[in-house]
Design a protein around this ligand. Structure first.
Ligand code: B12
Ligand code: SF4
Length: 509
């Protein structure tokens, strides 16, 4: 069967479609992938998922899809409207069954069933393979686990299947660029090595122009269960099954080795695992030995406070860890209870920061994530976090998020119950870095601007903050919110134009 897989993400790594493609190819199907990063929208609006693809793009994708037997699309929640428009646009032009998979169909399958013919809830490899096999043989996929659909015979909501326990069974991500297309500006072009190289250059975590980043994952699943994260949802969806699974070191190293054999210019690796250090010391040592010997290039990984003891960090540094991101989120005990991160405290953070200082060279600059704009937090909660980060040894960067209520997460339910959001509002359509203009937020931004701690401490003196956060002043400051957002977006647009403008004009001529 001929299957076309579409990824709307800015990041054309798109592990999901690349893995699905390899799996389907190994199962005898023929697969083409289309990556549709909306860089044009980024350059004009500073955000990629608000606007739908223009007709000329829909037209090109539909022309490409003509002659295929199945169209698969991946989507996160933010892309729901964009992908609805694309699906309808294609279906208006050609007759082709469409299957949606990814995070959004997993957390909100009912809503997605109104748009696509088939929905994949959860892991896609085996489900999509079986769906394609059934459709090829003209069988109604009534027993394909993970697949939901509605037809003239009624609605079918198959249960989830056990997630793949041996991840080594999944072939490596599909980088057969001769079977792939990419949106550059407003043109869908065959993916070339030159375009691939440009699109993976100097981006997430390794930002230098000479950094070419290959992204992959060692594990699936996370051992923790934070209330704002998808992993907590997976625990319920897959209750009774083991969710945290790890590929063998041999398999992981072989993937990176073979991609670098093919594209030797990949010189940085991003491990996008939820918690890379959740592996045992023995596994990390094995990884270090093989990685140093056979790959030997700087890498990034996300770490959690729980797994980042001195021994593990030393092994990872020795292996080549040069960038990391660690979640602080909040230092307030009550917020940490709400987030189901009771294990976290200022004491733990200071211990971790001390370990980072001892293990890594003085210039090592970790990124710490903090969640702002939590409607349940009091002023004291936020000030606890602010004062806590001021105690951290420099250098570090704070990545400041705005709490976003994605469907499925535990806090979505609570926010509905407490009347903070309603089912119909699109609270998740903001970008999660999209903070408002307010005094407390500004204090955190000052930390990143390297304003001396004594000044921030002075500005965060509680009676003064109370005045700045009082209703009239808050209202006054909120008047600047639209201007602040416009300026912020403009600066994103400017940097995107600088990064991709020349590249797009080079290809759209
Ligand atoms: C790596 C990652 C990123 C990377 C790369 C994303 C990419 N484009 O590939 C980066 C850092 C760029 C990123 C960015 C963002 N991310 Co992110 N990211 C992740 C992370 C950690 C892993 C995703 C991944 O690759 N998993 C591995 C693949 C194999 O698994 P998968 O994607 O789930 O795919 C499987 C199934 O879903 C299914 N499937 C997927 N697609 C399809 C399609 C078909 C047809 C079928 C049948 C099945 C199917 O089969 C796949 C294989 O089993 C997840 C957290 C998590 N643990 O899932 C968050 C996550 C997906 N990200 C999230 C968010 C919100 C974002 C941002 C929107 C944040 C923001 N800035 O506002 C951005 C937007 C990105 C953009 N504009 O492109 C949320 C999504 C929540 C939601 N409800 O949508 C998650 C779940 C984290 C969370 N908050 O809990 N992200
Ligand atoms: S540690 Fe990170 S990935 Fe794991 S559940 Fe918490 S937020 Fe999600």
């Amino acid at each position: 069967m001929k299957i076309l897989l579409i990824s709307p993400y800015l990041d054309i790594t798109s592990l999901s479609t690349r893995l699905l493609s390899s799996y389907l190819k190994a199962g005898g199907h023929s697969v083409v992938q289309v990556f549709l990063p909306d860089l044009q929208c980024m350059m004009e609006k500073g955000i990629d998922f608000i606007d739908c693809y223009p007709d000329e793009v829909v037209e090109q994708v539909a022309t490409l899809a003509d002659g295929f037997h199945l169209l698969g699309m991946s989507l996160m929640t933010n892309y729901f409207i964009k992908m609805t428009h694309l699906t309808r646009g294609i279906r208006k032009r050609i007759d082709i069954p469409v299957v949606w998979g990814g995070i959004h169909p997993t957390v909100a399958p009912e809503e997605c069933m109104d748009i696509a013919d088939y929905i994949c809830v959860g892991e896609g490899e085996v489900a999509l393979q079986e769906l394609a096999d059934n459709l090829q043989e003209g069988i109604r996929p009534a027993h394909v686990k993970n697949i939901w659909f509605r037809d003239e015979q009624g609605e079918c909501r198959n249960p989830v299947r056990e997630p793949i326990s041996d991840l080594d069974e999944i072939p490596f991500p599909d980088y057969d660029i001769e079977d792939q297309y990419v949106l550059v500006g407003r043109k869908v072009l065959p993916l070339s090595e030159y375009i691939l190289k440009e699109m993976v250059r100097g981006r997430v975590h390794f930002n230098e122009p000479h950094h070419y980043i290959y992204e992959t994952m060692w594990t699936r699943g996370c051992p923790h269960h934070c209330a704002y994260c998808i992993n907590n949802y997976y625990r319920t969806l897959y209750s009774g099954f083991e969710m945290v699974r790890r590929r063998s070191v041999d398999n992981l190293i072989e993937e990176i080795r073979s991609i670098r054999e093919r594209f030797p210019w990949f010189n940085r690796i991003n491990f996008m695992d939820d918690d890379f250090a959740s592996a045992s010391n023995g596994q990390l040592l094995h990884f270090r030995d093989r990685y140093k010997k056979e790959i030997n290039c700087p890498f990034f990984s996300l770490l959690s406070v729980l797994s980042s003891g001195e021994e593990k960090l030393s092994i990872l540094f020795d292996a080549g860890l040069r960038r990391t991101e660690i979640g602080i989120q909040s230092l307030s005990p009550s917020t940490n209870r709400l987030y189901r991160r009771e294990y976290f405290s200022m004491e733990k953070l200071l211990k971790l920061a001390g370990t980072v200082k001892r293990v890594f060279p003085p210039e090592f600059c970790p990124t710490y994530d903090v969640i702002l704009e939590n409607p349940w937090e009091s002023l004291d909660d936020v000030l606890l976090t602010l004062r806590g980060v001021l105690d951290l040894p420099r250098p570090f960067v704070l990545q400041l998020f705005s709490l976003t209520f994605f469907p499925g997460i535990t806090l979505f339910q609570k926010a509905m119950e407490d009347g903070i959001i309603s089912g119909s509002d699109a609270s998740h359509l903001k970008e999660d870095h999209d903070r408002g203009f307010g005094y407390l937020n500004l204090l955190f931004v000052l930390v990143n601007k390297r304003v001396p701690n004594c000044i921030i401490r002075f500005l965060s003196w509680k009676p003064f903050v109370e005045v700045m956060e009082s209703t009239p002043i808050k209202w006054f400051l909120s008047l600047f919110n639209p201007l602040y957002k416009v300026l912020k977006k403009r600066s994103i647009c400017r940097s995107q134009r600088k990064r991709f403008g020349w590249f797009i004009s080079e290809h759209s001529g």
